[in-house]
Design a protein around this ligand. Structure first.
Ligand SMILES: O=P(O)(O)OC[C@H]1O[C@H](OP(=O)(O)OP(=O)(O)O)[C@H](O)[C@@H]1O
Ligand code: HPA
Length: 183
């Protein structure tokens, strides 16, 4: 643990700030307006993808001023590492009562796309009336699947990032901006 903490401190010190907190807040305002226009009269279920989606989803929620319900799904593909594994671990309970409902999935980042692809498939199989996807960050150049987000705040380069819910080896989720790990 001591050496991991030393590594985390070094990564934090050497990281490059990509997106400032004020820019994130302003972009979330815009994303919330767009989501409200498109989904405001559908009484959607907002599906927060834990753990990384927690900050984006929480900040988005208070900007959505229409009737909605909140649920969550806990999946992990990176297992606190900086590269994804071949399989997605489904942790905890799976949401019920999605049939016939409009679903908005909210996550922090769309990277290779495997995680979101699996969650969309799950919602469709559960009989959702529609499934929309919303991410704070789109790492489009790293994509290995056909998925694109319906709502997205920023497109970022192919760098490993942390902050605003995203971790570096399970730490640094609490950083207030988006930082890229130094190369
Ligand atoms: O597009 P992909 O390459 O599949 O990666 C995106 C997913 O990876 C991260 O989750 P992670 O598995 O790290 O779990 P976490 O949310 O607990 O950090 C992130 O929160 C996304 O859910
Ligand atoms: O760049 C990333 N940072 C943190 N978590 C992630 N999960 C997929 N890509 C990333």
């Amino acid at each position: 643990m001591k050496s991991l903490l030393e590594e985390v401190r070094r990564v934090e010190q050497e990281a490059e700030l990509l997106i400032r907190p004020e820019e994130l807040e302003a972009a979330l305002d815009l994303m919330a307006t767009e989501i409200s226009h498109r989904l405001g009269d559908t009484t959607p279920i907002i599906l927060c993808i834990m753990t990384g989606g927690l900050v984006t989803c929480g900040k988005l929620l208070t900007r959505l001023h229409f009737p909605l319900q909140l649920d969550y799904l806990h999946v992990s593909r990176y297992r606190n590492q900086t590269a994804g594994s071949d399989d997605i671990a489904w942790l905890g309970k799976r949401p019920e009562h999605l049939a016939g409902r409009h679903i908005l999935i909210v996550d922090d980042i769309l990277d290779e796309g495997y995680t979101m692809q699996a969650i969309v498939a799950f919602c469709r199989q559960a009989g959702a009336a529609s499934v929309s996807t919303s991410v704070l960050l789109d790492k489009a150049s790293a994509r290995k699947t056909a998925i694109t987000p319906d709502f997205c705040a920023f497109t970022i380069p192919d760098r490993y990032v942390f902050g605003y819910g995203m971790d570096y080896k399970s730490f640094l989720r609490n950083a207030a901006g988006i930082y890229a790990v130094s190369r």
